[in-house]
Design a protein around this ligand. Structure first.
Ligand SMILES: Cc1ncc(C[n+]2csc(CCOP(=O)(O)OP(=O)(O)O)c2C)c(N)n1
Ligand SMILES: [Mg+2]
Length: 623
């Protein structure tokens, strides 16, 4: 007798299957795919679209406005839930599908799970060329969806219904795997989506994907313990892996026992509360003076869940102690082996717990501890000075906006940002009060992430006040999901900082001989450059036109009032503030490598190259 089967279309089978997948870690079970974002076109409306209405009771649907921003929303959601729950995104074929690429790259680089379901050409090839189909003259099986391959951690094109079974299982494995997770793509040919098949019943049974916490290998652990015991000036670099693993308490216990201080990357900030005596704040190009000073003199750098980007290592110039060695605790061998480190390939929490057990009574010297505590106090004064506004009736600078926000938020509010001059200011200055408060997407630093990610965070943590911080350039890149926040009744707060263009890249351009070329949003002047008057563009009116409540703050006092009102409101609210460009942010404590023209006729570039040559000479290769 044949086993029981159920006759469904491929799309129906997929939606049914996804609704029965769960993750489990530390005894807590969650939906692996908690909902599906979608924008419909001919490539998915009749297949996946029909399946979503058929099973609307088991698969929540979210309507998006742009495919890229739907992925950002899903990424914000997954990050808020420490990667234990994710969302799917369905798109049409062609432009709907290729709009996913930026979001997919962001997800994969930040190691955050999202399931992408783009439509694809007919598997039968019967009606070729289909509307929006790329006809590759040589490789007939290529479609625009192949652009998703390099940015996906798993990719398949489901060219027959039954091929979905092994692929769907692999897709879930990758999404739930702490070492492999990222964007996962199942491209769905339009005809196959609608085709029926007799699916084995077991395919639809509840399935739990256990999210493992691999313990350290005993030999690696022994070597790590020896390295820590031998170190005089050890420094922990906390990365995003601390949060993903929910290792904050284990980290706190470890540093309280050993006295080893913690500097954090953008993804790792908030691993310790800002007022913990061992928390030194950000590290690297946008780091604090105390972190970077310790990094320059450390003899052992203990990376916990970090990828060591160029911002963290100051492009290879930060770790200057001639005897410095690295010990990397990471869930992937790939990251653990960076900088020729001793490796501890394991889950962050279990690794820190084992290290603590293996180091009874070990503690850094009192002089070392006193030194970094004093450095932390000095940096606190820098933060105060950057936050404080002498005149309540003056236009605020950007760091004074952050000071006002610091005063307005509660411990569990989430502050989101990704690009512009804010990431640097936030990394140096923000006082993180809870593990999930500081939400900086700096793996891809993608302008436009903030608003859709804010929606995802609010879906993951209903009732949590969320602040999407955006510059004017970022706002113009992707304001579209405001409409979604309005539609869903999410009380998302946007703080929109108007400074008439790209302050960040303008500054970088000036430092690197580019003379701020093409970075201001101003009228074209008589000499052809964009140095005329500011443009008569009203972004506050734009936000209001999309359905937000808008509060315009002209002074520090008005800003404080507006932030309080936005936080109290149950409607999506935009606080719009024109900022004073006065430089109140502390300067960079460490370098960042942006190569400068080796030959140039203009003086600015010639001088910039001289500076560059001096700085690049500091680069070390840790081999
Ligand atoms: C999608 C995308 N395009 C380009 C960049 C490069 N980039 C980084 S910051 C920036 C300007 C951001 O302007 P704005 O949001 O106004 O912030 P400000 O620099 O003024 O603080 C640009 C173009 C990017 N990070 N993301
Ligand atoms: Mg700007």
């Amino acid at each position: 007798m044949s086993a029981a089967t159920r006759r469904l279309t491929t799309a129906q089978a997929l939606v049914r299957f996804l609704s029965a997948q769960y993750t489990e870690r530390d005894g807590v079970r969650r939906r692996l795919i908690a909902g599906t974002w979608g924008i419909f076109g001919h490539g998915n409306v009749a297949g996946v679209g029909q399946a979503l209405v058929e099973y609307a009771d088991v698969m929540p649907f979210h309507q998006g406005r742009n495919e890229q921003s739907m992925v950002h929303a899903a990424v914000g959601y997954a990050r808020q839930l420490n990667r234990l729950s994710a969302q799917a995104v369905t798109t049409s074929i062609g432009p709907g599908a290729t709009n996913l690429v930026t979001g997919a790259a962001l997800a994969t680089i930040n190691r955050l799970p999202v399931l992408l379901l783009p439509g694809d050409y007919f598997a039968s090839h019967a009606p070729d060329p289909l509307l929006q189909q790329l006809e590759h003259p040589v490789e007939a099986d290529v479609s625009v969806n192949d652009t998703l391959r390099p940015v996906s951690r798993y990719f398949d094109r489901i060219t027959r219904p039954e091929a979905l079974i092994p692929s769907a299982l692999q897709a879930m494995r990758v999404l739930a795997d702490p070492a492999e997770t990222g964007a996962v793509t199942l491209a769905l040919p339009q005809d196959v989506q609608a085709e029926a098949y007799g699916w084995p019943e077991e395919f639809f049974a509840e399935r739990v994907w256990y999210v493992r916490r691999p313990a350290p290998d005993p030999v690696e652990l022994a070597a790590a313990v020896e390295a820590i015991r031998a170190a005089q000036r050890p420094l922990i670099v906390a990365g995003g892996g601390v949060h993903h693993s929910e290792a904050e308490d284990a980290l706190k216990a470890f540093v309280e026992a050993t006295g080893i201080p913690v500097a954090s990357t953008q993804a790792g900030k908030g691993s310790l509360r800002h007022d913990h005596p061992a928390d030194l704040g950000g590290i690297g190009h946008t780091g604090t003076a105390v972190s970077d000073e310790l990094a320059r003199t450390a003899d052992l750098v203990i990376g916990v869940g970090t990828r060591y980007t160029d911002f963290t290592t100051a492009s290879g110039t930060l770790f200057q102690n001639p005897d410095v060695r690295f010990l990397n605790l990471n869930i992937t061998g790939f990251d653990a082996h960076k900088l020729a480190a001793r490796t501890l390939v394991c889950d962050a929490r279990s690794g820190l717990e084992r290290l603590l057990e293996a180091l009874p009574g070990h503690r850094v010297s009192e002089a070392y501890e006193a030194g970094y505590r004093a450095g932390k106090e000095r940096w606190e004064e820098v933060v105060e000075a950057a936050y404080r506004a002498a005149d309540e009736n003056a236009v605020p600078t950007q760091t004074q906006v952050l000071g006002a926000l610091d005063a307005a938020v509660g411990d569990d509010d989430v502050v989101i940002n990704a690009a512009g001059s804010l990431p640097g200011d936030l990394h140096k200055l923000w006082r993180s009060r809870s593990p999930r408060q500081y939400h900086l997407e700096y793996g891809y630093s993608c302008m436009g992430y903030e608003i859709p990610a804010g929606i995802g965070v609010q879906q993951a943590a209903p009732g949590t006040p969320v602040w999407a911080l955006v510059g004017d350039g970022t706002y113009l890149m992707m304001p579209t999901e405001i409409v979604t926040a309005v539609q869903e009744g999410l009380p998302l707060n946007i703080v929109l900082l108007q400074n008439h263009g790209y302050a960040s890249i303008g500054g970088l351009s000036e430092e690197t001989g580019g003379e701020r070329f093409g970075t201001a949003y101003r009228f074209r002047a008589a000499d052809g450059t964009f140095t005329g008057a500011p443009l008569p563009v009203d972004l506050a009116a734009n936000a209001a036109s999309l359905g937000m409540d808008v509060l315009r703050a002209k002074t520090v006092r008005e800003l404080r009032e507006a932030l309080a009102a936005a936080r109290a409101s149950d409607r999506p609210t935009c606080v719009y503030v024109e900022t004073d460009p006065a430089p109140t942010a502390p300067p960079a404590e460490a370098w960042w490598d942006v190569p400068v023209a080796e030959t140039a006729s203009r003086e600015a570039a010639v001088e910039a190259r001289e500076r560059y040559d001096r700085q690049v000479a500091d680069r070390r290769r840790h081999l």
